[in-house]
Write a protein that binds this ligand. Structure first.
Ligand code: SAM
Ligand code: 2KA
Ligand code: SF4
Ligand code: MG
Length: 257
């Protein structure tokens, strides 16, 4: 079981910038302000956190990928001719090579959303920073760990690195953004309220209530059936926005969706 966030680059990868790619596919944006928009998804492998509920297990707990040169990734995107591109992971911003990829995608004129946990800041163009800060209920423990996983050092490591207020402030100052919280239940709300207040205190940017999105936790239709109405009621109660997980409604937990 890998215990680092680092994904080693083997010697036989292409010359120039390259990234470990878990999957690259066309789908509808399933989450957030652009839900329903046809998009090409580029999913990098490797993450600096280990949410117990991570719906991309093969980019975090057990990273799986092929190395692709930035040129090759751009060609695979242009072949699909999208208007919207979503760069996600894993955590795409742990890789320095996401910056040249984002530059290239911007040159092509695509609208690019970056899905990030908000702990890192790139120096690169982003049209929508889709920031999903991780709450204390995301922290892995021996009790909630995915089957067969030894949480080991990750309980402490995740807990100490999951929130970086400076990074969050810089991201919301530099980019159009959404704050998309994975909500497991009402006990998450005080933490969300405190984090939004802290961020409003330090960031030189307006954070409107409808920039704050509550997303039900659940990798499967069955799990979402149990959380979505609870979370919808919380959005109504607190005045934040609700986001569905459209792709889970449509395709459950199938890969490349
Ligand atoms: C796999 S993450 C990759 C991007 C980045 N690492 C992050 O966490 O934002 C993509 C999105 O899925 C969300 N997510 C992951 N597992 C989830 C689950 N079990 N239920 C709901 N959302 C989940 C994350 O919060 C994030 O918004
Ligand atoms: N359809 C679809 N929409 C998504 N929006 C964010 C996703 C992600 O994994 O980052 C995602 C995903 O995995 N699939
Ligand atoms: S930060 Fe994102 S990719 Fe990393 S473990 Fe959490 S949900 Fe998965
Ligand atoms: Mg996903």
């Amino acid at each position: 079981m890998p215990v680092t966030s680092h994904v080693e680059r083997p010697d036989d990868t292409p010359d120039g910038p390259a990234l470990p790619i878990n999957e690259l596919f066309a789908s509808l944006q399933g989450e957030g302000k652009l839900v329903g928009v046809p998009s090409t998804f580029v999913r990098t492998s490797g993450c600096n956190l280990r949410c117990w509920f991570c719906d991309s297990y093969h980019t975090s707990w057990e990273p799986t990928h092929a190395w692709m040169g930035v040129d090759e990734i751009v060609s695979a995107v242009t072949a699909r001719d999208p208007d919207h591109v979503v760069l996600t992971g894993g955590e795409p911003l742990i890789h320095d090579e996401t910056a040249p990829l984002l530059e290239r995608l911007a040159e092509h004129g695509y609208h690019v959303t970056v899905e990030t946990n908000g702990t890192l800041v790139p120096d690169a163009p982003i049209d929508l920073a889709s920031i999903s800060p991780k709450l204390s209920t995301s922290t892995p423990t021996p009790e909630n760990a995915p089957d067969g996983v030894d949480v080991g050092e990750w309980e402490a490591r995740h807990e100490e690195s999951r929130i970086n207020l400076d990074s969050l402030a810089t991201l919301v100052e530099r980019h159009e953004f959404q704050l998309k919280f994975v909500v497991t239940g009402p006990e998450d709300m005080p933490e969300i309220e405190n984090l939004v207040a802290d961020l409003r205190g330090v960031a030189d940017a307006e954070i409107h209530d409808d920039d704050v999105l509550l997303m039900p936790e659940g990798q499967t239709r069955e799990k979402l059936a149990a959380t979505r109405n609870v979370v919808a009621d919380l959005a109504l109660e607190y005045g934040y926005r609700y986001t569905p997980r459209l792709h889970v409604d449509l395709w459950n937990d199938a890969p490349e969706t």
